[in-house]
Design a binder for this molecule. Structure first.
Ligand code: ATP
Ligand code: MN
Length: 265
């Protein structure tokens, strides 16, 4: 995989140059032996083919671009590539997740009964899968969830060729498109609440991709049920992040009030 290949021999890798050392450190944090087995399983089942590159290395997960297996099942024919999100299994990053998990009746039993870090990461990954499915069912743009195996989530790759679509933060967008995109995002947030019954809880220009001239919501592993005790706190922060961002980016032209003026509500 990227820094060596799913089936690469760790012994051989150890003999490689010193310059590989930092790569290896990155790799070993995410790609422990168990994770490599999971990836090998996805390859053997003709879902994913070779990994081409790493799209993102984050605190909680790395995201890779993978080509789809040429022998993939018919149901996956439409995808020629995937984004593969691999959640870290190290315990260091768990504490921050607790506020989101507590009060989640969907995951209460699993969460409280588990003292096993691998199992907790699986619950977290499963939460992202289920939330992505709910976005899809509720008609909110996001990557389609394809497959989940333990801490590895395979999803639709949002990009052009093998280059990933930019985050809203980095997207080249004409100023005159900002009001429309802002409106689109507000509608998506409302749908997410009304139809998907979820609050994103980490929504910002970092977790929105600009893909084929539309905004796609990603990174929903921490999203909570609409009736989570802190749902409205998270919702307020989401709205503020989005509003602040559009106001800043548009030099004050686009914001909740501007939106109201423009559309004459
Ligand atoms: P971090 O710890 O950095 O916040 P994360 O856990 O938040 O990582 P995501 O936000 O889901 O992970 O994904 C990280 C990055 O990977 C995104 O900012 C985006 O650039 C890219 N990415 C994620 N999903 C996809 C996708 N389906 N298609 C293309 N790129 C993606
Ligand atoms: Mn993110």
């Amino acid at each position: 995989i990227v820094h060596g290949g799913v089936s690469s021999n760790p012994k051989a890798e150890n003999d490689k140059h010193v310059k590989d050392k930092s790569d290896r450190a990155t790799q070993e944090q995410v790609l422990d032996g168990r994770t490599r087995l999971v990836l090998a399983g996805l390859v053997n089942r003709d879902i994913i083919g070779p990994f081409t590159h790493c799209i993102s290395t984050g605190k909680e997960a790395n995201v890779y671009h993978a080509t789809a297996s040429p022998n993939r099942p018919l149901s996956l024919q439409q995808y020629s590539e995937f984004a593969v999100k691999i959640y870290r299994t190290s315990i260091l990053h768990f504490r921050a997740r607790q506020a989101y998990m507590e009060g989640e009746h969907r995951f209460q039993g699993e969460y409280t009964s588990s003292r096993n870090p691998r199992k907790m990461v699986r619950v977290w990954a499963e939460k992202e899968l289920r939330n992505l499915r709910r976005l899809e069912q509720g008609g909110v743009r996001g990557p389609k969830a394809i497959e989940l195996k333990e801490n590895v989530l395979v999803m639709e790759f949002l990009g052009d060729g093998d280059s990933a679509s930019p985050r809203l933060k980095d997207a080249p967008i004409e100023a005159d498109r900002l009001p429309d995109l802002y409106a689109e995002l507000l509608i998506a947030m409302r749908k997410m609440y009304q139809h998907c019954r979820l609050v994103h809880a980490d929504l910002s220009e970092y977790n929105i991709l600009y893909h084929q001239s539309h905004l796609y919501i990603i990174d929903v592993s921490q999203s909570v049920e609409h009736d989570h005790p802190r749902a409205f706190d998270f919702m307020r922060t989401d709205i503020r992040n989005v509003d602040d961002y559009f106001r800043r980016r548009s030099g004050g032209e686009v914001n909740t009030l501007g939106f109201r003026r423009t559309w004459d509500f």
